[in-house]
Design a protein around this ligand. Structure first.
Ligand code: HEM
Length: 348
């Protein structure tokens, strides 16, 4: 999608995804993280992908969309599985069924937003002002699918890889936990750079042109590798090493230009809340390398299917004392899924 249409969509989504808008969700994120860890912490066996990093981004994204949180599983498994399942896998049929079920639910949410709007991104996109018109269903569904695809597996991949690396580098894990006030931001950017969860994106040339001595013709496709740019030695010292203190880390993991990730504030916030909760509650976690499963191939996401922490719980692991769970009712009551401008207006 190109401007000016693209600009109208960005203007519609920004009030829901700005730093201030995302900050309001932190208590909800923390509750979901807490519930995920509580579920497993006393058993000692937790799969950081299945039991944490898959769940939190999915539940939060549904909350932001204005879709009941309890439906997260309808959305999460097809998004995750469609990324890691190769086209020739016998599992493709099952994944396609799951995708159809997700599409049907999303379509129902769109239809409902037309007659009985509830705050959130579904409502925002359905009623978006695209140069004086509301978008047709096909575009609404495309935009919502982009938010769901962008919102789920990317943050999952970043979290899984980072936890795996920290598990194998306990001195760095302890350093990060101890000095998190100064290191958490730079470590997050470094994990984003090094693991590049979305390794690249395609572009189509809209006109014949020459770039860097190469001729391109209208209609030709080009793959932009964010992952390669992130390891460019002319931009990053010692690019193949992780340096939690790296300064001036202007990585390309959220892309560049007008299509730069609109969910970067969400991604950073959710990642950090999951990471610090694990550091606090499972300070000595260790993942068994032989049980970690990376995606068979890296297509659109450089992710992991499993990252188990298999041995019995250590004394240092802490169960929280609260039993409350985040609910759609709580999100509705607090007005979290509304755009930040609407909230500001109401308080004036
Ligand atoms: C670590 C997590 C994430 C990574 C690495 C990531 C990466 C990216 C990249 C590289 C792009 C640029 C695509 C292009 O140029 O063609 C992009 C775009 C986008 N991302 Fe993310 N993303 C992440 C999280 C999220 C989240 C949490 C959301 C939603 C809440 C999201 C929604 C989007 C959307 C809607 C676009 C399209 C923007 C446009 O075309 O203007 N992303 N993302």
């Amino acid at each position: 999608m190109d401007s000016p249409e693209h600009r109208y969509y960005r203007q519609t989504l920004n009030p829901y995804l700005s730093p201030a808008a995302v900050k309001r969700w932190i208590p909800v994120i923390d509750e979901v993280v807490r519930a995920c860890l509580d579920e497993k912490i006393t058993t000692g066996r937790i799969d950081f992908v299945d039991d944490l990093a898959n769940i939190v981004p999915a539940v939060l994204t549904l909350g932001m969309l204005g879709i009941p949180l309890a439906k997260w599983a309808i959305y999460n498994e097809p998004v995750h599985a469609s990324v890691y399942t190769p086209p020739d896998s016998p599992d493709r049929g099952r994944v396609a069924d799951l995708q159809r079920a997700m599409g049907a639910d999303l379509y129902a949410a769109v239809a409902q937003a037309r007659v009985d709007p509830r705050p959130g991104l579904v409502n925002a996109v359905v009623h978006a002002d695209i140069d004086g018109e509301n978008p047709p269903d096909v575009e609404v569904l495309g935009m919502l699918s982009l938010l769901i695809g962008g919102g789920f597996d990317t943050t999952t991949a970043l979290t899984a890889h980072s936890l795996e690396w920290l598990s194998h580098n306990p001195d760095q894990r302890e350093l990060l936990s101890r000095d998190r006030d100064t290191l958490l931001d730079s470590a997050t950017e470094e994990f984003l750079r090094f693991f590049t969860p979305a390794p690249g994106d395609g572009r189509t040339f809209s006109a014949d042109c020459e770039y860097a001595g190469n001729q391109f013709q209208e209609g030709e496709r080009l793959w932009l590798s964010w992952a390669m740019a992130n390891r460019d030695p002319s931009l990053f010292d010692d690019p193949h090493s992780i340096d939690l203190e790296r300064k001036g880390n202007r990585h390309f993991s959220f892309g560049l230009g007008i299509h730069r990730c609109i969910g970067s504030n969400v991604a950073r916030t959710v990642f950090k809340r999951m990471l610090v909760a694990v550091l606090d509650r499972m300070p000595d976690f260790h993942c068994d390398p032989s049980e970690a499963v990376h995606y068979e191939t890296i297509g659109i996401i450089q992710g992991m299917r499993n990252l188990p922490r298999p041995s019995p719980p250590a004394p240092a692991w802490r169960r929280s004392r609260r039993d409350a769970r985040p609910s759609s009712e709580g999100v509705r009551r607090t007005g979290l899924a509304e755009p930040i401008t609407a909230q500001t207006d109401r308080s004036q």
